[in-house]
Write a protein of this length. Structure first.
Ligand SMILES: Nc1ncnc2c1ncn2[C@@H]1O[C@H](COP(=O)(O)OP(=O)(O)O)[C@@H](O)[C@H]1O
Ligand SMILES: [Mg+2]
Length: 347
């Protein structure tokens, strides 16, 4: 168990105290509140603000789920962490920045989004905020900003815009954000301006991966990009919660070996590997087909693992962390990957 994981386990089972009503500031744009209601309070630290109209504001934690590889469990992890946090009584917003709209479909809001013409692409194109485009899902405690195919146009049109790293902030930065305990942002594997703007505004990120060849290079490519293109200038306090192995077959020796190597690599190169790995389960696919998080369909090994993961992560979620987080040693990590893949392949 690496150092970060032991810290996690010390906190396991404790609740997240969100009683203090704060959120990340910048500009306060809120179409539903009169301008000027939000004021900065001089005796609070500079990145706290108090809104007299809502003395019960929560500290919102924003988590990006990303990996430079597709088909590694990003969407399944986003939906099931959202489901687990919602069952723990947390109010969750899922933002689907993937033009494939898988998270939107998985939460059964695609039709609603199309009927009401409300989506992330619409928000960016028309300069709308969260309160104007969010949709209620059928799961208690989960709202959604829908992803759709129009995000391709947005991505391409905004690619050369100088302020395209502010796209997600432009949508989320309004008073309505403080209604949520947790925002989970599902992403497409391409490194594009939507992903960068999500990482720019987020407090945390998680990298899901399968226990198979190619997964670790996807992880390392993602970490390299986060380090050089986001943390260095745009968001130095972006905190890596860890990578999580999904679709894991406990009895498969290759998977076991992969997981052990990954834990070892995490310890040697300074990145956290979250436990438990999420087991393979047919119920994950059934839940996708039924358009609900796994734990809302039935109890399964995967739903239990996601619930455990959520309870381990929850005490770690405290909005924006102060200071610069320790970076994984990316340079040494890249060279270690080749050896890792060779060794993993021997099984
Ligand atoms: N724990 C799991 N058990 C069974 N199937 C899984 C599990 N995790 C992911 N999958 C399957 O893997 C595929 C890819 O997952 P997905 O979350 O869509 O990946 P990504 O969003 O990274 O492209 C999906 O078909 C999903 O059903
Ligand atoms: Mg996906």
């Amino acid at each position: 168990m690496n150092a970060e994981l032991s810290v996690f386990s010390q906190f396991e089972g404790q609740g997240n105290d969100n009683a203090l009503s704060t959120r990340d500031p910048i500009l306060s744009r809120n179409s539903s509140s009169p301008v000027g209601l939000t004021t900065r309070c001089q005796f609070l630290p500079s990145d706290f603000e108090l809104n007299p109209s809502s003395m019960c504001m929560k500290k919102t934690s924003i988590i990006v789920i990303g990996n430079s590889k597709g088909g590694v469990g990003k969407t399944v992890t986003a939906i099931n962490l959202a489901g687990a946090f919602a069952l723990m009584g947390k109010k969750v917003l899922v933002v689907d920045t993937d033009f494939q709209g898988s998270a939107t479909e998985h939460l059964k809001v695609l039709e609603q989004a199309q009927e009401q013409n409300l989506s992330l692409s619409k928000a960016i194109t028309n300069d709308l905020t969260l309160d104007q485009v969010r949709l209620s899902s059928q799961i208690d405690g989960i709202d959604v900003i829908a992803g759709d195919i129009e995000l391709i146009t947005v991505r391409d049109r905004m690619a050369a815009e100088p302020h395209n790293h502010l796209l997600i902030e432009g949508v989320l930065d309004c008073n309505a954000l403080s209604e949520y305990d947790i925002v989970i942002i599902d992403t497409h594997p391409d490194w594009n301006c939507l992903l960068v703007s999500a990482l720019k505004y987020a407090h945390y990120f998680i990298v899901p991966l399968f226990a198979e060849k190619g997964s670790v290079s996807g992880l390392v490519t993602f970490l390299e990009s986060v380090q050089s293109k986001v943390r260095r200038r745009l968001n130095p306090s972006l905190h890596f919660l860890g990578c999580v192995v999904t679709n894991y077959l406990k009895k498969n020796r290759t998977h076991q070996h992969f997981f052990q190597l990954l834990l070892q690599m995490g310890e040697e190169h300074g990145f956290p590997v979250l436990t438990p790995p999420i087991p393979y389960s047919d119920r994950v696919k059934s839940a996708e087909a039924s358009q609900v998080p796994t734990m809302h369909l039935s109890t399964s090994v995967a739903s239990k693992a996601y619930k455990t993961l959520a309870s381990i992560l929850l005490p770690e979620l405290k909005g924006r962390r102060q200071g610069r987080p320790d970076a994984a040693n990316i340079e040494t990590l890249r060279s270690a990957v080749n050896g890792f893949e060779l060794e993993a392949n021997e099984f």
